[in-house]
Design a protein around this ligand. Sequence first.
Ligand code: HEC
Length: 198
Amino acid sequence: MITVRASILVIILAATATALVGSAPMQPGGDLKKTVHDIATQLRKAEKEKGDGKAAKDLAAKTGKKIEETTELMAMFKLRDKGGLGVGSPGALSMTRDGIEPLIREMARIVPPIVLKDIGALEDMGYMIAAMGLIVDAKGPPKAADAKGIKLWHEYAHETHVQGLAFAKVVASKDQAKIKLAAYKVNNACGGCHAFFK
Ligand code: HEC
């Protein structure tokens, strides 16, 4: 009888623990990476099917509101081995290009021919940047931001979204000048917000 009660207790404790974990705020890394991928996939689908992207926007809004620190989000842009999303299959473009921020910066100056071998990876990167723009917009500025800061935050976040989508669309052209310009515009959207907030 005692062992039966004990095992019931174990089951109850396990169920409680699962419920608690399930309602915890979103942690950096795993969950967030998967969500960014999911939003990017929905944006791609909306683009191909000429949809309104509402599913992506709803999920991004929900995700952004759960983020407490902007650093958690921004970590997605770092090199894969520093906790970022990475670009394409791990290390395929070299370890130092396996991160959205370093690759966008490089491409804003010069498009290395190796990246044009995997247009799919570049497209994914564009949709992930666009997804991040939506999430960072929903996250909102630090509490101390004044009216000007709040306005700029949403403008640069929106610009990141728009330029991420534009980047995703232009890569199929394999036109280095156009791709470079698109990367430059993404980089400007990031840099605009950083100049004000970082
Ligand atoms: C709407 C504002 C905003 C936009 C847009 C934005 N960032 Fe950031 N980013 C921040 C802020 C704020 C920080 C500093 C966070 C902190 O340390 O508290 C930051 C930090 C970072 C960091 C450093 C993270 C760390 O852990 O040290 C990287 C990398 C980064 N951003 C990449 C990017 C890239 C790439 C883009 C564009 C594709 C971008 N950001 C767009 C606001 C923004």
